[in-house]
Design a protein around this ligand. Structure first.
Ligand code: JFT
Length: 235
């Protein structure tokens, strides 16, 4: 499942440049016995299979470089994964993600091995892999050089606590719908102001919770926001 994800696009480029080194480890390499068993039926009965703690612990211990390495368990029961976690982990020498499947991993992995348990959102997946990919992707973006200037991380939607402004490309008129005049004006200062205002207006309309977060707004942003609020009251 990780081959296509890691083998294409921005992550592949980042790996080729040596900016990130993302390794996938097969739990079966740590398994014992003829059958190299990594999962078993749940104690107490019930549906499905549970990943055994032994192979998971051995796999982590085989790759962990220091006691400071975050060991992240993805799980529907975890704390919500946030941009702040992504940024923090991007600054770590190493991050280990435990990726389970089936009904999940033995509870003792979360209790005694993982340093943090996170969920990527309130919806149900069939396994841990897509959640791990989300975390890998979000963390990698914060590694310097991974995302080019165009996607400049610091400048970006959530990193700044705001949603992105709208984007348009050719044609100028698509099925009768035009492009905001300001974007065709060539006036870069005006375009920047418009984009900032749009980002603030979109955030206020769609995600007002982001505006009362812990990131203070600049004086200019507060002026723009007041304007937007006034306009909304008038219409
Ligand atoms: C889901 C996950 C979810 C979700 C790890 C492992 C198995 C499937 C599953 C789903 C519901 C109940 C198991 C995982 C996640 C989310 C992470 C696993 N499943 N039990 N992370 N974030 N929102 N769903 Cl292992």
């Amino acid at each position: 499942m990780f081959g296509g994800f890691l083998g294409a696009g921005i992550l592949k480029k980042a790996a080729d440049k040596g900016l990130v080194d993302i390794r996938v480890h097969d739990l079966r390499e740590q398994a014992e016995g003829k059958h190299r068993q990594v999962d078993d039926r749940p104690f107490g009965g019930g549906e499905g299979m549970v990943l055994m703690p032994g192979p998971v612990c051995k796999a982590v211990e085989a790759v962990r470089e220091t006691a400071e390495t975050p060991v992240v368990l993805l799980s529907p029961l975890g704390r919500m994964f946030t941009v702040d976690m992504a940024q923090a982990w991007a600054g770590c020498r190493q991050v280990i993600l435990i990726c389970g499947r089936y009904e999940g991993v033995d509870e003792r992995v979360g209790l005694h091995l993982a340093t943090v348990e996170v969920s990527i959102g309130d919806y149900v997946l069939t396994g841990g892999e897509p959640a791990d990919m989300v975390v890998i992707d979000a963390v990698a973006r914060f590694v310097p050089g991974v995302v080019g200037k165009a996607g400049s991380v610091a400048h970006d939607s959530f990193a700044e606590g705001l949603l992105d402004c709208p984007h348009y490309t050719r044609p100028r008129v698509f099925r009768g719908h035009g492009v905001p005049e300001v974007l065709l004006s060539g006036d870069h200062a005006r375009i920047e102001r418009w984009r900032r205002r749009q980002a603030l207006a979109k955030t206020l309309a769609l995600r007002p919770d982001l505006l009362i977060g812990d990131r203070p707004l600049s004086a200019e942003d507060r002026v723009l926001l007041d304007e937007i609020r006034k306009e909304r009251k008038e219409s």
